[in-house]
Design a protein around this ligand. Structure first.
Ligand code: ZN
Length: 187
């Protein structure tokens, strides 16, 4: 499980210590991501969430600026997206009455929060959309063969028996796997 002595289980249960999937070499690109945080959302909660996302993505919080955002229509009514690439907007989904919690167009990401979510859930939601911006199969946890092969045997058995779509516990592992794939691809 990696070459620096940190097991998958260590990562899962001590997952703030996620050095294993931080980009270790300076020749590896990071993604510089600008983040807009809706004044209606608890900024400190979002900042805490950003710290839980692997260091491949480097976040800078910018001052809220609606001129840098666009609002979608139709089924996505009220949903905000940035106008620039490599940008994330985190907004209050409740007051805007949106149906979906996250969406990505190219490299532009919108994430809604609804008031009572933990930093972990918000982090997973942003991480999920960032994986989409890298054209990774963020929605494929239940069917991704590479992920199953990547899991240690006894963990794989538990996954096959217990996992459900949108289960945050397994999403941590799945997004870790996808991020490792991404970082490996760029080595
Ligand atoms: Zn998705």
């Amino acid at each position: 499980m990696g070459d620096d002595g940190v097991s998958w289980w260590d990562w899962l249960f001590g997952w703030r210590a996620r050095k294993r999937i931080d980009p270790p070499k300076k020749e590896l690109d990071r993604r510089d991501i600008t983040v807009y945080i809706d004044p209606a959302v608890d900024e400190s909660l979002v900042r805490s969430a950003l710290k839980l996302i692997p260091g491949y993505w480097k976040f800078s919080v910018a001052e809220w600026d609606e001129s840098q955002l666009t609002s979608l229509g139709g089924e996505w009514a009220g949903f905000l997206l940035p106008t620039q690439d490599n940008t994330v907007v985190v907004f209050d989904g409740k007051s805007r009455g949106v149906r979906y919690a996250g969406g990505t167009v190219g490299k532009r990401v919108g994430v809604a929060v609804f008031g009572r979510e933990s930093e972990l859930i918000i982090a997973l939601r942003i991480w999920h959309e960032l994986l989409h911006t890298e054209k990774l199969d963020a929605d494929g946890m239940m069917t991704n063969r590479g992920f199953r092969d990547w899991l240690p045997g006894e963990v794989r058995a538990a996954f096959e028996e217990k996992a459900r779509p949108h289960d945050w516990f397994w999403q941590i592992g799945y997004y870790t796997y996808l991020t490792e794939t991404l970082v490996g691809r760029r080595r």
